[in-house]
Write a protein of this length. Structure first.
Length: 247
């Protein structure tokens, strides 16, 4: 190997060492930066107790001039490590009511859900039985009936199947499931009416109202039992064993 070849290899070795030192330096800076942002998140959380992620990110950006994308990246990593829980906002309070009076008349998620269903059903009944073809009420008819058919009919079924509100089944997941159930209900109900009764606005309106009310009643019953007993169906292994005494 000639002199130029040795110099070329020596240059590669020097560059390789410089690259490794640069890489280590960048990793160290990234780790220190990450620890700094995590400290900022903790300080802002302890001092201001922000109600949501947006407020937290804005406070950090305002006080420390930290870019929002870096803060959000750290928060996602903390959620993956189960250090924090990011949850969609839902109506508070979501604790199960103790009695029917609280369920129907106390300001909470369940009373809002119940009265939304009842008011919508009343409006649908009016719009179905009263023929409106033009004007403001014609537009309202399509809006209310579409909301009822595409969301609400499946929402009560979702409430009956998943009566409890917790992090295992979040609000957006509940809404997506309700839309899916609504489409299935529409298809099955339409096929049933087509081969039995006459398929018209009145028949489909009445059938969907019945299909919506029944799961709502079931959901109320299940939630009351869950609030009273702490469970809906007790498994056999959870039942206390009876002691047998020999005479």
């Amino acid at each position: 190997m000639n002199k130029f070849g040795l110099l070329f290899l020596a240059g590669d070795v020097v560059l390789s060492k410089k690259d490794k030192r640069t890489e280590k330096k960048e990793k160290l800076e990234a780790r220190l930066r990450k620890e700094k942002i995590e400290k900022q998140v903790q300080e802002i959380t302890d001092e201001y107790k922000p109600a949501d992620i947006r407020t937290l990110v804005e406070l950090i950006e305002e006080k420390y001039e930290t870019p929002q994308d870096e803060v959000l990246k750290i928060l996602r990593e903390k959620e993956q490590r189960k250090e924090i829980t990011l949850q969609e906002p839902i109506v508070e309070p979501t604790s199960l009511p103790k009695n029917l009076k609280e369920y129907f008349f106390k300001k909470n998620y369940f009373s809002i859900e119940f009265w939304t269903v009842i008011i919508t059903i009343c409006l649908v009944s009016i719009f179905v039985f009263v023929n409106v073809e033009t004007g403001f009420f014609f537009i309202m008819r399509y809006i209310v009936v579409s909301f009822f058919m595409l969301i609400l009919s499946g929402w009560t079924l979702t409430a009956a199947i998943f009566p409890e509100l917790n992090d295992n089944f979040r609000f957006l997941e509940r809404a997506a499931t309700a839309i899916g159930f609504s489409i299935v209900i529409l298809v099955v109900d339409g096929l049933f009416l087509n081969y039995t009764f006459h398929f018209n606005p009145v028949s489909i309106g009445v059938s969907l109202i019945i299909i919506t009310i029944l799961p709502l009643v079931i959901a109320i019953g299940l939630r009351m039992k869950l609030s009273r007993d702490g469970y809906i169906f007790r498994r056999k292994e959870d039942e206390p064993e009876e002691e047998i005494f020999e005479g």
